[in-house]
Design a protein around this ligand. Structure first.
Ligand code: APR
Ligand code: PHB
Length: 390
């Protein structure tokens, strides 16, 4: 098979790039290791920055998001029994975020790819990039007993943190930056009305908690949990009790509980790979960077990579101008590091660190105290939460 841009991974990054390029007449082939059902079964975050929302619309996949997604003009930070609203709209001069699940967004992208006849090959095993330092890179993959080849001009690694792309770059050409946090997030999805119309991030002596939502009837809640815990340790009853204990009384009293539809534990990690390019291979999204979920920057960081890559590839194909591709890594990383800083800061602000000193605890309290006493501090939080410009 021959195409212009070979994409590894059919998560939101790979699908969105393929959709944007196809609209401009640039051919792509997407190779995905898993089945479509598997990809669509993953429950991930659901807060979209304005830049991402605009990119979805540009890609012609914004209709259902605009109909069913919820515009959020603020969110709450609770600590103990106190609750403060961060008025995003007021603090940023009009910016908001969109609450729309990644699962829904991925479904919309798949449907758009189907409508345009986009090529997405599922259950592609042993996907391997070759000839990355030549002008004729190609991908191989296995389907059953057959080895298939896709030749292309560029290869884009959108295959997430555990993918093959980053690992194809010689180790001595990469610098990896990483912080692993000493706790995880236990998440529960339940068909219950959300406890609050807006998100509540809660700091508590027992640990962090988050009240989020997918719709008026579907709630998503999280509690910070020890690293070694498994979901077998957490019955629904135990989860609801723990969540309630970390929320202000007035919130806990109105929380509607119900059976969990999905329950999972995710570790928290900050990770950046530099550079994001090797020869004809370009990394995007989780393949190149991971943030802890506090602040919802994971999916949004992928969006800015895709925006830069799309414009860079367009300039290359339309005007024979390689400057966007040459500058991609530096440009993407400049924004990525800011999202990293914000996610790291918000994680530090709101979680209970098992090894914290008395000094650390005071610093955390003072950070919160300062935040709510200073409009500038809240404005800085709001500016980052709605998303820095692409
Ligand atoms: N070959 C082919 N496909 C692969 C391979 C491989 N070796 N390894 C992984 N994949 C696929 C995965 O099955 C997955 O569908 O690549 C896809 C990567 O998708 P995501 O992990 O969703 O990453 P990305 O598209 O960059 O999305 C950004 O933001 O909110 C965060 O982690 C969240 O998924 C989200 C991410
Ligand atoms: C979610 O709804 O899953 C969610 C929302 C906000 C976050 C993280 C996760 O910061």
């Amino acid at each position: 098979m021959k195409t212009q841009v070979g994409i590894i991974g059919a998560g939101p990054s790979g699908l969105l790039l393929s959709q944007l390029l196809h609209q401009e007449g640039i051919e792509t082939v997407v190779l995905e290791r898993r089945s479509r059902d598997y990809v669509l079964g993953r429950i991930r975050a659901g807060v979209l920055e304005q830049g991402f929302v605009n990119l979805m619309r540009k890609a012609g996949v914004g209709d259902r998001m605009d109909r069913e997604g919820e515009v959020h003009k603020g969110f709450d930070i609770a600590h103990g029994n106190n609750r403060h609203r961060i008025d995003l709209e007021d603090l940023t001069g009009g910016d908001t975020v969109m609450v729309y699940g990644q699962t829904e967004l991925t479904r919309d992208l798949y449907e758009a790819r189907d409508r345009m006849g986009g090529i997405v090959i599922h259950d592609a095993e042993d996907v391997t990039p070759h000839g990355l330092e030549t002008d004729t890179p190609f991908l191989t993959y296995r389907k059953g007993d057959d080895i298939e080849t896709v030749t292309c001009d560029y290869i884009i690694g959108c295959d997430g943190f555990h993918g093959v792309s980053r690992k194809s770059i010689p180790k001595d050409r990469l610098t990896l930056y990483e912080r692993v946090y000493p706790f995880g997030w236990l998440g529960v999805l339940s068909r219950t009305p959300p406890v609050s119309e807006e998100l509540i991030y809660a700091r508590h002596e027992r640990g962090f908690a988050l009240c989020s939502l997918r719709s008026r009837t579907l709630s998503r809640y999280y509690v910070q949990c020890p690293l070694g815990d498994t979901i077998e340790d957490w019955s629904d009853d135990r989860f609801w009790e723990e969540l309630k204990s970390r929320l202000p009384d007035t919130v806990a009293e109105t929380l509607v509980t119900g059976p969990s539809i999905e329950k999972s534990i995710a570790p928290l990690r900050s990770f950046v790979c530099e550079p994001m390019r090797w020869g004809r291979l370009f990394l995007a999204g989780d393949a190149a960077h991971i943030v802890p979920p506090t602040g919802a920057k994971g999916l949004n960081s992928a969006a800015s990579d895709i925006y830069y890559l799309f414009h860079a590839l367009l300039a290359q194909y339309r005007k024979d101008d390689p400057s966007g591709l040459d500058g991609y890594s530096d440009r993407a990383l400049a924004r990525i590091w800011k999202a990293q800083r914000f996610s790291w800061w918000m994680t530090n602000l709101l979680h209970r660190f098992p090894d914290r000193s008395g000094f650390d605890a005071r610093m955390q309290e003072t950070d919160l105290d300062y935040l709510f006493s200073s409009r500038s501090a809240m404005a800085s939080l709001a500016e980052n939460y709605v998303g820095l410009p692409f």
